[in-house]
Design a protein around this ligand. Sequence first.
Ligand code: COA
Length: 175
Amino acid sequence: MSLDIDMKSMKSKPIEIRDFQSSDAEACFRIRAEAFIRLFYEEIGPDGVVDGINAYLPGKYIHLAEALPIFMAVAGNAQIGFIASRFVEHTTIEILFLYIKLDNLRKGIGAQLVRFLENWVRKQHPEIERIVVDTAVPKYNQKFYEIMGYSKVGQSKCQYPTGSVAAVRLMKRLR
Ligand SMILES: CC(C)(COP(=O)(O)OP(=O)(O)OC[C@H]1O[C@@H](n2cnc3c(N)ncnc32)[C@H](O)[C@@H]1OP(=O)(O)O)[C@@H](O)C(=O)NCCC(=O)NCCS
């Protein structure tokens, strides 16, 4: 699957959103690790950063992509973001990951990836009624999701191999 998107907004640049390929795994790892170190350190501390990064080493993305939808945002040959989701019950899908490369933040790419996933679910999975996301760093990103139409529905936990961390659950109805 591949789609060229031109954004109306001046702050956005044209990107392509396409399916994950095995050769994207390293870029996904680097983009996510950089976000943990540079953006989340203040909110989750050094142990949270280390656990979070170790939970998803490059090979894990290849393994995940065998079962889960993962979409890449690319500009030319460069991977600049990705979104991954998983089906959690018959009528619900969860945003598992959404990461934008730090030098591409606030250019509308996160919003494009979220809209792409939502539209893909509406088209490909008519049984899915809602999309949820659990964030362990709500101070950092809850506002983004609220702008995208998500509302806080309660507390949750993000599971890592080393244990679980407190999270806020946000939800949006797709139909
Ligand atoms: C959260 C994240 C995905 C947002 O991506 P982005 O490409 O920078 O966001 P966009 O440029 O598409 O922003 C869309 C809207 O949200 C706002 N926004 C984006 N990030 C925000 C933030 N951290 N706090 C408050 N508002 C934010 C933008 O200003 C924009 O608002 P507008 O339409 O009124 O101008 C990005 O900051 C990121 O990758 N963060 C690290 C990982 C993360 O937190 N992922 C989510 C957890 S699963």
